[in-house]
Design a protein around this ligand. Structure first.
Ligand code: CAA
Length: 291
């Protein structure tokens, strides 16, 4: 199936990045959120991020302007009546995702492919609350979406090959690379990345090293672009905790238990960059360890 128009649900850090790359790829995009304020923030971020790419000669000013014209912002699901593909990128919470998927169904056409940008939740389970499990799959971008090359594509147990091929074509048109993952908790990237982040939090919790020592070790000792605690703040500690819980509950192995310190930070509302405090405090000119 030829995909021309795409709906993106959730205008947070993932949703606005997804709308950004889809519009640069020439797709018409409807970016939907329940909050007008979030949509305004998303529009501002997309404009700024496109400008960064123009300034570093990654794209031309014409390409940026053309992309901006392809994005519509909306709080209404009615705008989805002519989209070919939907990418749900709301918060990493299964009941919320199920509610969104169910409420979409009366507004979309029979041919519309439904996907979720979930970083960990069962695709088969999400598919089962829709009327089209064969046209449902996982479409998982990495953060920051305009920079990261990978998209994980995850088939549920009922996903048909045409749906997979249509999504693969979109990934290729965006100039990104797809990796196919089976529908097991947290798929490939987060199955490997999150236990590493969780282990870094345990190293902090047990006093093996300070925030700075842990991050410096992994940046300079393993050539990671960001240290694991800096990366956890970047992803969002609420998201990291949600993914660890999916791994722990889904695989039933104690090696996936979330570090109590991560839970405590989330309970305090210290979610990382988005709340200006996580393992680092972002209120000053330069991030400094929170404690
Ligand atoms: N949009 C457009 N361009 C962006 C951008 C954005 N949102 N963010 C960064 N860039 C560009 C910058 O403009 C810059 O471009 P130039 O080199 O052309 O100047 C380039 O990316 C590098 O950015 P910076 O100079 O600001 O900073 P940096 O060199 O420290 O790189 C980073 C920033 C790309 C985020 C890098 O630190 C990095 O790769 N970090 C690791 C990110 C990572 O691991 N992501 C995966 C998280 S896991 C995930 O997403 C899955 C999940 O489900 C949780």
């Amino acid at each position: 199936m030829q995909i021309k128009k795409v709906g993106v649900i959730g205008a947070g850090q993932m949703g606005n990045g997804i709308a950004h790359v889809l519009s640069l790829g020439g797709y018409h995009v409807v970016l939907n959120d329940i909050s007008n304020t979030t949509l305004e923030k998303a529009s501002h971020n997309i404009r700024n991020n496109l400008e960064r790419q123009v300034n570093s000669n990654k794209i031309s000013a014409e390409e940026s302007n053309a992309a901006l014209k392809l994005i519509n912002y909306s709080v209404s699901l009615e705008e989805f009546n002519d989209v070919d593909l939907i990418i749900e990128a709301a918060t990493e919470n299964e009941p919320i995702k199920q509610k969104i998927l169910t409420s979409l169904l009366p507004h979309i056409q029979p041919h519309t492919i439904l996907t979720s940008n979930t970083s960990s939740i069962s695709i088969t389970r999400l598919a089962s609350c829709t009327d089209r499990p064969e046209k449902f799959m996982g479409f998982h971008f990495m953060n920051p979406v305009p920079v990261m090359q990978l998209v994980e594509l995850i088939k549920g147990i009922a996903t048909d090959q045409d749906t997979y091929e249509s999504c693969l074509q979109v990934v290729e048109k965006l100039g990104k690379t797809a990796a196919s993952a089976e529908d097991f908790p947290a798929f490939i990237v987060n199955r490997i990345l999150m236990p590493m982040i969780n282990e870094a939090v345990y190293a902090l919790y047990e006093g093996v090293g300070s925030v700075e020592a842990i991050d410096t070790s992994m940046k300079l000792g393993a050539n990671h672009p960001m240290g694991p605690l800096e990366l956890a703040d970047f992803i969002g500690l609420d998201t990291c905790l949600a993914i660890m819980n999916v791994l722990h509950e889904g695989l039933g192995d104690t090696k996936y238990r979330p570090c109590p310190l991560m839970t405590k930070y989330v309970e305090a509302g210290w979610f990382g960059r988005k709340t200006k405090r996580g393992f680092y405090d972002y209120n000053g000119a330069k991030p400094v360890p929170s404690r």
